[in-house]
Design a protein around this ligand. Structure first.
Ligand SMILES: Cc1ncc(COP(=O)(O)O)c(C=O)c1O
Length: 422
C-alpha cells in the first residue's frame, strides 16, 4: 500500500523529518540527530523539554482527575491561583484562569477594560503580536495578517512602537523626550473615536523583533494612561514566567500595569495553560462572559504549579539574568566580526540580534536564510515575523546551563562563518 506523505494532508508546511523526543534544551529527530532549541519550542518551554518535575506533576494528576467543570474547586487550580497572586505585582490580586491560551487571555483582558471603563477602543503598538483570533488579529500591529480578513474588530488603533534603533520619528534616544508616548495623544485626537478603553503592550516585542523600550518609556506610558483613565494591559505571554530574569517583565521595568496576561512559559514543558491577572477594579466582568472549556485544565494547572515553584526561586531568576548576559556578551563579540549583525539587544533570556546590509537597511533575506540553515548546524532558530523581519531570536529554555549557552553560541558562530563568509 502506498503511504501518503503527511505533507499532502496537512494544511501547513512541516519539516521532512519527525522529532521523537526532547530533553532540556535538546530535541532529537527520528535518526537520533540532536538540535539545540534556541526558541524554546514556541517560546513556551520555560523549563525545557520534558522537565522531570513537570512530567511528574502531570503524571500524578493524570491518575487523579484530568477535567472537571471550572465552577468546581480543585487542588491544582486552587494552587495555581494562589501562586499567581503571590508572584504577580502587588496590585494584581485577582486571577482569571478559564482561558485557553494567550489570545483568549488578551481578549478577556480587553473585555475587562471595556466593562470597567464603558469605552471600547484598544490601542496597540506597531509590530505587536497579541494572538490570532479575529479580535487579536485586529489588535496586533501587522497589516499583512489583517489584510485577508475583511470584517475585523473595528475599534483598534496602532501607534508607533519604541523601536529606537529605527525610530519612527527619526529621533535619538538621548534627546527624544519619549516622543512615541507623547504623540499617542495626536492619534487619539485625530485617528480614533476618542473612546479608548485600553492600551495593550508586550513589554518586549516577541514577534516584532525583540524591541526593548528605552528607560522611562513605561513610566511615561503609565502616567499617560492614568491621566486619561485608560487601562494598561501588559501582554506577558512571552516575557512572563522568568523570561527576562524577573517573574514578570513589569518588575524589570518598574511599573505596575492594571492587567497582566500570561500563557506560554507558564506550562513549563508545554502544558496548555494561560491566565489573566488583574486588580480589584477590573475584576468586575461577569464570570460567564469569558470562559473556555479547556481553560483551567487540571493537568495543565498541575504542570504550571510545578513550573512556578521552580521559576520563582531567586537563584533560578538570577541564573536567567546571568546566562542572558553571557549570551549577549558572546553575541556582541560575534557582531564585531560580522558586520551583518547591526544590533544585539535583550533582557534576560529574551534576546534578538538584527541583521542589516552594509548600507544599514534591514536584511530580511539573510535572517530567513540563517533561520532555515540553522538546523544543519544543530540549532533550531526563528526570525522575527513582523515589521522588517530581520531579527533572529535567542530565547532558549530558561534552564539552559552556561556550558549549553556556550554550545549554542559556538554553533551560531559556525553557522555565521559558513553562511556569511561563503
Ligand atoms: C506576545 C504574545 N501574545 C499572545 C500570543 C497568543 O498566544 P496563543 O498562541 O496561546 O493564543 C502570542 C503567541 O505567539 C504572543 O507571542
Amino acid at each position: 500500500m502506498d503511504v501518503i506523505d503527511i505533507r499532502d494532508l496537512v494544511y501547513y508546511p512541516v519539516s521532512d523529518r519527525k522529532v521523537m523526543r526532547g530533553e532540556g534544551v535538546h530535541l532529537y529527530d527520528e535518526d537520533g540527530t540532536e538540535y539545540l532549541d534556541c526558541v524554546a519550542g514556541t517560546f513556551n518551554l520555560s523549563l525545557g523539554y520534558s522537565h522531570p518535575a513537570v512530567v511528574a506533576a502531570m503524571k500524578h494528576q493524570l491518575d487523579l482527575l484530568v477535567h472537571a467543570s471550572s465552577s468546581l474547586q480543585n487542588e491544582p487550580v486552587n494552587g495555581l491561583v494562589r501562586r499567581l497572586v503571590e508572584v504577580s505585582p502587588e496590585s494584581l490580586t485577582k486571577v482569571h484562569p478559564k482561558v485557553s491560551g494567550g489570545s483568549t487571555a488578551n481578549e478577556g483582558a480587553i473585555k475587562m477594560a471595556q466593562h470597567a471603563t464603558g469605552r471600547s477602543e484598544v490601542i496597540s503598538l506597531f509590530r505587536s503580536h497579541h494572538g490570532q483570533t479575529m479580535m487579536m488579529t485586529s489588535v496586533s500591529g501587522n497589516a499583512a495578517r489583517r489584510a485577508p480578513h475583511p470584517s475585523l474588530f473595528p475599534g483598534t488603533l496602532q501607534v508607533p512602537d519604541p523601536y529606537c534603533f529605527r525610530c519612527f520619528y527619526g529621533q535619538r534616544r538621548e534627546s527624544c523626550g519619549l516622543m512615541c508616548v507623547d504623540r499617542i495623544e495626536d492619534f487619539l485626537d485625530h485617528a480614533s473615536t476618542g473612546r479608548a478603553a485600553a492600551v495593550i503592550v508586550e513589554p518586549i516585542s516577541g514577534s516584532g523583533g525583540n524591541i526593548v523600550p528605552p528607560d522611562g518609556y513605561f513610566q511615561k506610558l503609565r502616567a499617560f494612561c492614568d491621566e486619561r483613565d485608560i487601562v494598561l494591559i501588559f501582554d506577558e505571554v512571552q516575557t512572563g514566567i522568568g523570561r527576562t530574569g524577573r517573574m514578570f517583565a513589569a518588575e524589570h521595568f518598574g511599573v505596575e500595569p492594571d492587567i497582566i496576561t500570561t500563557a506560554k512559559g507558564l506550562g513549563g514543558s508545554g502544558a496548555q495553560i494561560a491566565a489573566i491577572l488583574t486588580n480589584e477594579r477590573l475584576a468586575g466582568l461577569p464570570a460567564d462572559e469569558h470562559v473556555f472549556t479547556y481553560g483551567a485544565n487540571l493537568l495543565a494547572a498541575a504542570a504550571a504549579n510545578a513550573t512556578l515553584d521552580i521559576v520563582r526561586q531567586p537563584e533560578f531568576l538570577a541564573h536567567v539574568r546571568a546566562t542572558g548576559e553571557h549570551i549577549r556578551g558572546r553575541l556582541a563579540e560575534l557582531a564585531k566580526r560580522h558586520r551583518a549583525i547591526v544590533d544585539v539587544r535583550g533582557v534576560g533570556l529574551m534576546i534578538g540580534f538584527e541583521l542589516g546590509r552594509p548600507d544599514g537597511t534591514p536584511d530580511v533575506e539573510l535572517a530567513r536564510h540563517l533561520a532555515r540553515t540553522a538546523m544543519r548546524h544543530g540549532l533550531i532558530m526563528r526570525s522575527s515575523r513582523y515589521g522588517h523581519g530581520n531579527v533572529l531570536k535567542i530565547r532558549p529554555p530558561l534552564i539552559i546551563t552556561t556550558d549549553e549557552a556556550d554550545l549554542l553560541c559556538d554553533r551560531l558562530e559556525g553557522l555565521l562563518r559558513a553562511e556569511l563568509n561563503a
